[in-house]
Design a protein around this ligand. Structure first.
Ligand SMILES: [Zn+2]
Length: 101
């Protein structure tokens, strides 16, 4: 996962539409963290807004993103966007994108 550090970079990623973008409120958020920490496709309209308060991370590879999220945010720490990753749950992504699970 790579940090998106400016609005310009976000627009580039969004326009390119490759890979996925994770909206990170961090691991300090205690209440309903999974609902805030959302994984999106890079082309999702929900990632258009740049915010320093909730940094975005980008990965070209969905497998890598899922792996990173499991290691760094964990079971109750993130969820897929219902709009762009419709029908996917954290569980279905983990079982398909992390080898051996
Ligand atoms: Zn989305």
């Amino acid at each position: 996962m790579e940090a998106i550090t400016s609005e310009t970079e976000l627009v580039e990623r969004y326009t390119e539409g490759e890979g996925c973008i994770y909206n990170d409120f961090g691991s300090e958020q205690q209440w309903n963290a999974a609902e805030f920490n959302k994984l999106h496709l890079a082309s999702c309209r929900h990632v258009r807004k740049y915010s320093e308060a909730a940094p975005k991370l980008w990965s070209r590879d969905l497998d890598d993103a899922v792996q990173w999220l499991e290691e760094n945010r964990g079971e109750d720490g993130w969820s897929p966007c219902k709009e762009c990753l419709g029908g996917e749950t954290r569980k279905s992504l983990v079982s398909r994108h992390i080898a051996g699970q």
